[in-house]
Design a protein around this ligand. Sequence first.
Ligand code: TEU
Ligand code: CA
Length: 554
Amino acid sequence: MKKIWWKEAVAYQIYPRSFMDSNGDGIGDLQGVISKLDYLQDLGIDVVWISPIYRSPNDDNGYDISDYQDIMDDFGTMADFNLLLEEVHRRKMKLIMDLVINHTSDEHPWFIESRSSKDNPYRDYYIWHPGKDGKEPNNWESIFSGSAWEYDELTKEYYMHIFSKKQPDLNWENPLVREELYKMVNWWFDKGIDGFRVDAISHIKKVPQFPDLPNPDKKKYVPSMNGHMNREGIQVFLEELKQETFAKYDIMTVGEANGVNVDQAEEWVGAKTGKFNMIFQFEHLDLWGKGASDRLDIHALKKTLTKWQTGLDGVGWNALFLENHDQPRSVSTWGNDQELRDKSAKCLAAMYFLMQGTPFIYQGQEIGMTNVKFDSIDDYNDVAIKNLYKSEREEGKSNVEILEVIWSSGRDNSRTPMQWNGHESNGGFTTGTPWIKVNPNYVEINVEDALQDPGSIYHFYKKLINLRKENETLIYGSYNLIIEDDDSIYAYTRTLGNDTFVVITNLFAERAEFILPKGLNAKDAVFCLGNYSVDSVELSVLTLQPYEARVYRI
Ligand code: TEU
Ligand code: CA
């Protein structure tokens, strides 16, 4: 077993716009992040992943970059960034940035050139196509609703954008594009950053000739994943990216790899042949239903996570997560964000955090922040939400119908400002007017209170982090699913040599009985952690309370 720093690390994602505002303009910024580094260090964080902070017109909050080598004015200056990097390193932590190279902003100089004429040297930096019968070149739908093509009056052609129309896709088939990107990536590594989370990277290869996709329901546009997600030939690009950049540095890479299958693990994250150290896969999130079904499909969840756990064991490495800036809050979706918020947040934490892989915590998850319900579309900011609202209205859906979808699945659920305390207006996030409203429940749910209460969700996370740091078994050990058929309990073991931990989580609001399977010995069991008080270490038969979680060493 080879010890590797990024396998032992616990990571924390910052969405800088919503983390901490230092100057009262209502927008989180780099100085704000710096002011909270002690908080993160205290929690036990090793790696900070910061969502994009580059120059951007903010159509998609920084995921639309107009200058890869400069800092967004809202967030500060390059001097602020340099200080952030220094302050992170001074605390023996690492900083990884977000690498958005599937697309740029339409305000990036490359695109401004590209759109200016058909024979501009930058024309082929992006994907331009003439229309078909006076319409878009094909029927592909953008991930953010509407067509994936935008008509440009000047040259009378369409450009492809699988996200918003202000995010034109780069043409990865053009070697000049790739070269420019690699130069930029290495520039950041030479500056001393510790890695990248690589945005939407499974989308860089498009199916050649851009064929129409099957459209059995005769819709105007059809979901276009089959046109650009994890398509044949992508590995050639990824291998080159790796060789020209990542392979030259001791850094950490996490690919955002929607659509990648576990049987492709070797080529994506294999120790030798992989292109990334780990990937974010989304199969388990798709099971949440996000409003579609009330009850968590625990069997599918066990099946999916177990597939990734066992599929990567000894092959590659998992990135473990429940939340990010694109997902609703886990406690609202999977748990209970009312009376059982505390219990269910801790239970979910124990469930995913002790698996094999590098755990990620998304800002606010450690205090059990919840979804939000704004009553007007005007209170929302996310371009995906706005586009969805517009196209669903056009299709005749009512305001309330659409809002209900947004309440349960909209991305702004996780983008409301970080709740630092309960007594200042805006929860201590800003002294000004926040760019998006603070969740009114900051009065009860906030960092200051959580720090003071030893039984809080925050302290539970801290204990999980310590437990993991102190036990190699919880880092490198193999995962094994137990009581597979149980309808309420997700339980598994982690084993390294003859050391074994058992993680037992009741993922529902009803009590459940746990019986230790034969072959596991409860005799010398030591109770390590739980979210209810436990008076006996007895482990062979347990009655678990609603959302009870227990961790034993046996
Ligand atoms: O998200 C990419 C994206 O939307 C999907 O690939 C992802 O699989 C989906 O969210 C899972 O449900 C990234 C960023 O995380 C997102 O914030 C950006 O808007 C997007 O890329 C465009 O840069
Ligand atoms: Ca600010």
